[in-house]
Design a binder for this molecule. Structure first.
Ligand SMILES: [Ca+2]
Ligand SMILES: [Ca+2]
Length: 141
């Protein structure tokens, strides 16, 4: 299954992530780095992801996000977009949005404390919504 893998690192040891890597996976082993154009298109995706505080020390990549769309109807509007925040192979926490009536708008946003600030609230939902909207701009599903 296709997925976007996002890896953030704290390269300067400042306690916050300062670098981000975006990989487009066709399968677990078959992937490529995002192009300069895609990196530019995903600028606000990246800044939102950095706010989620799901990052590694320099040169580590255990923590990452895998993001993918499910579009069984193959009609150009995914029925759901899933976000799996991984700790290695283990899914540490998840979020998802669902388009119930297939009009391209997502009626349901399911998420917990995606930005790891200790509170589950509207800000978490808006971060998920931003990540999904940006992801869908790629048309890569
Ligand atoms: Ca809808
Ligand atoms: Ca939160």
């Amino acid at each position: 299954m296709r997925f976007l893998k996002v890896i953030a690192q704290d390269r300067q040891g400042s306690g916050a992530a300062d670098s981000i890597e975006l990989r487009f996976h066709d399968s677990e082993l078959d992937w490529r780095e995002a192009s300069a154009r895609e990196v530019a298109l995903l600028r606000s995706f990246s800044s939102t992801y950095l706010k989620c505080a799901w990052f590694n020390a320099a040169d580590e990549d255990t923590r990452h996000l895998r993001m993918f769309a499910l579009n069984p109807g193959s009609d150009g509007t995914p029925e759901s977009v899933r976000l799996h925040f991984h700790e290695g192979e283990t899914i540490a926490y998840k979020a998802a949005v669902h388009d119930l009536d297939n009009d391209g708008g997502f009626e349901v946003v399911l998420c917990s404390d995606v930005d790891n600030d200790g509170r589950t609230n509207r800000t978490d939902r808006s971060r998920v919504t931003t990540l999904v909207k940006q992801f869908l701009k790629l048309g890569w599903f």
